[in-house]
Design a protein around this ligand. Sequence first.
Ligand code: GLU
Length: 425
Amino acid sequence: MSIMVPSTTPALITPGRQALDSALHQLGQAAEQLGLDDGLRTMLATPRRSLTVSVPVRREDGRLDVVQGFRVQHNVSRGPAKGGLRFHPGTDIHEVTALAMWMTWKCALVGIPYGGAKGGVAVDPSGLTTRELERLTRRYVNEILPLIGPEKDIPAPDVGTDEQTMAWIMDTYSVSAGYSVPGVVTGKPATLGGSLGRSGATSRGVQIAALAALGRSPEGVTVAVQGFGKVGGPAAQYLSDAGCKVVAVSDATGAVHASGGLDIARLREWAAETGGVRGFRHGDALAQEDLFELDVDVLVPAALEGAITAVNAPRIRARLIVEGANGPTTPEADEILAANGTTVVPDILANAGGVIVSYLEWVQNMQAYPWSSGEIELKLRDLMLGAFSEVKSVAAERGLTLRQAAHVIGVGRVAEAHQMRGLYP
Ligand code: GLU
């Protein structure tokens, strides 16, 4: 971690800037389809609120580090802002803005009454002790305190954050309020009002979307999963439980391959013990990049943005891509995949299971009445499949890809809400 020096020089083209360019490109296409006027386009292209904070962190050795943090509320026309909090060294204001924008369309697409937000801290959490992480989280929350609240903006886990992070956020906010406010975050531990089924919800949604897109028995369908963290790990497990053959998995440490199918439960144990998939004995080592080129039926990118680009897209052999990550495919790659006849179930649909169960958690918190796991599973499935069939029919009606159709629906709903409310003053 280094001391942050405020910069006055123009930003370089960071991966975050590329993610924002992708998001703006997708918005532009949807706006064109919907015939939105320039004013409304600009409104939807810019976040309503965007906060950058400096977060001082006392290290165990007494040093003081200062890291940058962000919270962006892209849109609040349909309800409170909603979106995760990311701890990653590469995060910047552009990435957080792109991710917030995708949250807006995602919530609108699956019909939950939220706007979109995202938070980020430019830090590598693996380089911090638990106590440093706790201090960092609490101080970041303190800096963004005026923005968040159960009726205003509700954070949740994302890359590099988890249930423990959410517990610290809930506590910091509650101490400041003077009473317990479970609805200020979702993805909390069950003992603090977290919902049953939330931790595996994004992955469960990926499984539901993948099986719906396959439209045939999953028995023997081959799958490769890029990313074996909170989303990719359980997604591989659920797909394998459904009868698919997960033949390859990669993460930051390496990649493994077994043409007969990997034992995912065993691989998850190995990764938990050793910190990654590398060295797993019941499979062959593979170069991470080669995972994209495998002759599989389904490819699940479940890591970060920009994984599928114009460089590797032409070599992808999977006929179906189901996006567990946010923004894994660049617009150039999208064009190549569409021309090759590859179906892409887009992020804002495929990974919406997380925010759907976040919403269910928030509803349970607001009414102080927890539900059974069966009820949550049913509602998740209903919302996922409802959105899936809407996206499919809009794609067929308008001759669009699933991503374009999903954006037409999401952007259209936000534009409609904005127009109905009118502009103040
Ligand atoms: N971080 C997740 C996402 O990108 C979940 C957000 C939430 O539950 O609010 O969809």
